[in-house]
Design a binder for this molecule. Structure first.
Ligand code: PEP
Ligand code: MN
Length: 341
């Protein structure tokens, strides 16, 4: 349930209410909004919990949260969340662009890509060091060496680093190097991993599993938020359908649907979502036109030679033209609605 505090409730009343909620064995998540402060009380409630909280000093009302996810719901936090991680800003009017190779391969590859994507307008660098591959015989990533190379690229370009963590035991190591921890599609429902990233101070990019419903995605985000980490970005990266001409099917309706249900920003991945480099520029542009808060795009100096996902990676020139088109669409949207910046 949500305890809605009076508009002018002083801080000590807000703190007292949070303490009372915790005293009832519930978790209190305090959310300071532009209009009001609310405290979400999460956990198993007793019959009389609602009555015992209503009527306390500074409380305007106590209302149930209808959605199955709680802290991830717009009922609790109507204002959109802006996730900030170094150079990356995503949400609440900020369009973030994460670009880079599927996998970090060597120093020259990651440094050249970092320079090129930054020059084209990317605001963060992606690159997998720990790779979840369908086949155990495929390249599994450079692991710690890959993380070190990403940190080197950040030092040189100033771009925030987004990289995947595939298991709970690696979270501490990856969090030492990354600005954003990516939880991949295959791990969206790895609940121990979600809790582990929720216990770090790093932002998280949570990718939708290819057969997960949007409620399942939001409940996965809830695991991270429930550990006290509010900096979660959701990522639509395509789902599995009967269609076989594209690697996955990329549903852009996800963006508006999620904006209606959650304050968390929504990032679109047109690379995995289509599986073909020639489709990426149009789908990236369409995602921006449809209100996405961010893009994550695979870019490689020589896609034909990539150790993973080369067929869906853009080269530098293709990424530059894609960025220019996305920027024009973003500017047109901002001009047509001055309330969106
Ligand atoms: C990736 O970003 O390279 C990746 C493995 O993505 P996903 O988890 O969406 O398949
Ligand atoms: Mn990939």
């Amino acid at each position: 349930m949500i305890v809605v505090m009076e508009k002018d409730a002083p801080q000590d009343q807000i703190d007292d209410m949070a303490a009372r909620i915790e005293g009832l064995g519930l978790k209190a998540h305090t959310i300071v909004g532009t209009q009001r402060t609310v405290i979400a009380a999460i956990g198993e409630k007793r019959e009389d919990t609602r009555e015992s909280l209503a009527g306390s000093p500074g409380v305007a009302e106590v209302v149930p949260i209808l959605a199955p996810y709680k802290v991830a719901s717009r009922e609790v936090k109507p204002d959109p969340t802006c996730v900030v991680a170094g150079s990356l800003k995503v949400g609440a009017g900020h369009l973030g662009v994460i670009a880079g190779p599927c996998s970090v391969e060597d120093e020259e590859q990651i440094l050249a890509t970092a320079r090129a994507v930054k020059a084209a307008g990317a605001t963060a660098l992606r690159g997998g060091a720990f790779k979840p591959r369908t086949s155990p015989y495929s390249f599994q990533g450079l692991k710690k060496v890959g993380l070190e190379l990403l940190a080197k690229a950040r030092d040189e370009t100033g771009l925030a680093v987004v990289t995947e963590v595939v298991s709970a035991e690696d979270v501490e190591l990856v969090a030492k190097y990354a600005d954003v921890l990516q939880v991949g599609a295959r791990n969206m429902q790895n609940y121990r991993l979600l809790e582990a990233v929720g216990n770090t101070s790093r932002a998280v990019l949570l990718k939708r599993a290819c057969s997960a419903t949007l409620d399942e995605l939001l409940l996965a985000a809830e695991y991270i938020l429930n550990e006290g980490n509010p900096n979660v970005m959701l990522c639509e990266r395509g789902i599995r359908t009967f269609e076989s001409h594209t690697r996955f099917t990329l549903p852009l309706a996800t963006v508006t649907y999620l904006h209606n249900k959650t304050p968390l920003p929504v990032v679109v991945d047109p690379s995995h979502g289509t599986g073909h480099a020639y489709l990426v520029p149009d789908l990236a542009t369409a995602a921006v036109a449809g209100g996405a808060d961010g893009l994550i795009i695979e870019v490689h100096p020589s896609p034909a030679d990539a150790l993973s996902d080369g067929y869906q990676s853009l080269d530098f020139a293709q990424f530059e033209t894609t960025m220019a088109r996305c920027q024009r669409v973003a500017n047109a949207l901002a001009d047509s609605d001055p309330s969106e910046t």
